[in-house]
Design a protein around this ligand. Structure first.
Ligand SMILES: Nc1ncnc2c1ncn2[C@@H]1O[C@H](COP(=O)(O)OP(=O)(O)O)[C@@H](O)[C@H]1O
Ligand SMILES: [Mg+2]
Length: 314
């Protein structure tokens, strides 16, 4: 083991693919550095093509990086122990539809080198954990997408790993199914596990993760606790009965972000209480106010703004 107790440690990681017949270089990861602590639920959030799956594959040692290092539980990506110490739910996995859920776990457990006795001792509690006890003898072909993902989770947990990688676990799953998966992840955390979750869905990581990293076009643009991740500055629309140029200039001098559209001023502030300063200034000039209303920006909008704004570091 390495002396740090990070569950995942990535330093200066880059990956360049050679795509297609012409071997066009595609930079899927560019100088990514991040740590995931034990017992965290960590979300790697980014739009499709950001490089999330590439990062997990490098961590699991199934893909070599172009440069940089990646370690899982202190074992480097090329070390077979890194693969054994982690569970993995790949994206878009397909299970044989003609097997029952129970047969599937025996099949995958066998491939992972577990004895039938070993597996027998685990399956019931795993089915219970993922809420599929009643369905374990039903053929997978009858499973919904959400049930399939929960079966995938049980598969990822067969080895009793301390760390679990989940790649888009709720993609294509309906809201009820999503909620069930979320509950399972929170239970895994309670049981002391570390979860590394890839997702392109902001709402998903927001609901379940302790910390989130935003990845866009291979670059990490932000890492931090979910709460402070998308710190949206307060903005207000101030509708007046009429504005003259002198007042507008004065407002602009004190609040350079102010925008004017007819009789409406839109200001973005550092703190909500500053709206009082704007109002005081206008009232001193005898400007008549019609309404003052906060501008609501959803997390989704600010996330989109962040990733469309390009890859600045913070
Ligand atoms: N085997 C590959 N060969 C060439 N390019 C690839 C390969 N796998 C992924 N890519 C490219 O690398 C980028 C990142 O892909 P991926 O890691 O799958 O992103 P994500 O999981 O965030 O959707 C994309 O531009 C994708 O087209
Ligand atoms: Mg992916």
């Amino acid at each position: 083991m390495n002396d740090s107790n990070a569950a995942v440690r990535v330093i200066g990681l880059s990956k360049q693919y050679a795509a297609g017949f012409r071997r066009t270089p595609v930079l899927a990861l560019s100088d990514v550095t991040l740590d995931v602590g034990n017992n965290e639920i960590f979300g790697l959030l980014g739009p499709n093509g950001a490089g999330k799956t590439t990062l997990i594959k490098i961590l699991l040692g199934s893909l070599l990086p172009t440069s940089g290092t990646a370690a899982v539980n202190g074992f480097g990506g090329g070390d077979w122990r890194s693969r054994l110490s982690a569970g993995y739910l790949p994206e878009n996995h397909r299970f044989p539809p003609y097997l029952t859920g129970r047969q599937m776990l025996f099949c995958f457990g066998g491939m992972a080198g577990l004895s039938r006795n070993d597996i027998r001792g685990k399956v019931d509690s795993l089915f219970e954990l993922v809420g599929l006890s009643q369905w374990q003898n039903t053929k997978i072909r009858k499973y919904s997408k959400g049930m399939m993902q929960r079966l995938g989770l049980a598969q990822a947990l067969l080895n009793d790993p301390q760390l679990i990688f989940l790649d888009e676990p709720t993609d294509g799953v309906d809201p009820v199914g999503r909620h069930e998966i979320r509950t399972i992840l929170l239970n895994l955390k309670k049981a002391g596990k570390t979860v590394f979750l890839n997702s392109h869905l902001l709402a998903e990581v927001e609901a379940v993760c302790d910390r989130v990293a935003i990845l866009n076009k291979g670059k990490l643009i932000k890492v931090g606790p979910v709460s402070g991740l998308l710190d949206v500055k307060p903005a207000y629309h101030v509708e007046t009965a009429g504005l003259d140029e002198a007042v507008a200039l004065e407002v602009m001098n004190s609040f350079p972000t102010a925008k004017f559209e007819g009789t409406v001023i839109t200001v973005t502030l550092e703190a909500p209480r500053q709206i009082n300063d704007v109002i005081d200034m206008l009232r001193r000039r005898n400007v008549e106010l019609v309404s003052v209303a906060p501008v609501k920006i959803s997390l989704e909008e600010s996330f989109l703004e962040l990733i469309q704004g390009g890859g600045h570091h913070e």
